[in-house]
Ligand binder design. Structure first.
Ligand code: SF4
Ligand code: SF4
Ligand code: SF4
Length: 297
């Protein structure tokens, strides 16, 4: 039941799910996976929704030797069931024009600390570099989204409206010849910052929004907003606290999303807020009022 070994419909066989943090494998590892699978008589593998690879149709008697071969290839047997499972990430700053954070590096760091930890519930962690949320972070037990607040250099706007055109949320208007932001509509994607032809829009308050308690499946649920922090170190520390909180308090046999109130999620959130240094914490309300105070777009 553990460690990425999944019994198939034909119970004589198992599917082996690999550990591939952020879904990144080198070409050497990819060839290695193909060679290993082939040497066990398998002619195809399956790419999963959690950015990993499954090798099907393995007889249980061969699992020990397969496990050793996969470990030697740097792509060991992964996890499944009630554990911290493969951490997924979008391309983020490595490639994506919309990205606000380095999703892949963060996913690898979290994986290195938490992967495979035995839990009372399955813990899925997903990271997206911006609110486009390509990896659906809010549908995971822990989601992380890179956000940025726009601020305009005071008094310099030409009122050209380019930023307004680029904002898909209709959060920007041109009033009295200058851009004005409606913070209640802004999702902090940062697109407008890159659009200003005069480079008047600057990133302010880059941060990681952390959500807890989402899920996919037959009754999907969005995770609840937990905290927004500025540094990668803080986001890792907070994720570790969340995992410890779930490990100590959650009941097995039920999804995390179904027991958030019993686990006193709000109280836990307040406790964690206290331990994040002020300078590393984004206060949702005060941050937004800064933006609307006329110092920005
Ligand atoms: S979530 Fe944003 S940064 Fe990540 S791939 Fe999608 S658009 Fe790019
Ligand atoms: S950061 Fe806000 S204002 Fe700028 S494009 Fe995104 S939603 Fe629009
Ligand atoms: S902030 Fe830049 S893009 Fe937006 S209206 Fe002013 S000059 Fe144009």
């Amino acid at each position: 039941m553990k460690g990425g070994v999944i019994t198939e419909r034909d119970t004589e066989y198992c599917t082996i799910r690999l550990r591939i943090p952020a879904g990144v494998v080198s070409l050497r590892q990819l060839r290695g996976i193909a060679d290993v699978a082939e040497s066990y008589g398998v002619d195809s593998v399956h790419l999963t929704t959690r950015q990993t690879i499954e090798i099907p149709h393995m007889p249980p008697s061969r699992l020990d030797s397969l496990s050793g071969d996969l470990l030697a290839n740097g792509t060991p047997v992964g996890s499944e069931r009630d554990e911290v499972v493969n951490v997924i990430a979008c391309p983020g700053l490595e490639r994506c024009i919309f990205a606000n954070i380095d999703s892949i590096t963060l996913a690898k760091e979290i994986d290195a600390r938490l992967f495979g930890k035995e839990m009372p519930v399955k813990m899925r962690i997903s990271i997206s570099g911006c609110p486009n949320a390509c990896t659906s972070p809010m549908l995971n037990e822990i989601g992380i989204i890179g956000q940025i607040r726009p601020v305009r250099v005071p008094g310099m706007c030409t009122g050209c409206g380019t930023c307004m055109e680029f904002c898909k949320e209709e959060a920007i208007a041109i009033r009295q010849g200058a851009s004005v932001l409606d913070p209640s509509r802004c999702v902090e994607c940062g697109t407008c910052i890159r659009s200003c032809p005069y480079d008047l829009l600057k990133a302010s308050g880059e941060h990681y929004l952390i959500t807890v308690g989402g899920r996919r499946g037959r009754h999907p649920k969005l995770g609840r907003e937990f905290l927004a922090v500025k540094s990668r170190e803080s986001v890792i520390a907070v994720v570790e606290k969340i995992v410890t909180w779930v490990y100590r308090r959650a009941w097995s046999g039920r999804l995390l999303s179904d027991q958030m109130d019993e686990l006193q999620f709000e109280k836990f959130r307040e406790e964690i807020r206290e331990i994040i240094p002020n300078e590393d914490r984004i206060d949702e309300e005060s941050g937004r009022s800064d933006v609307s105070a006329g110092t920005s777009i």
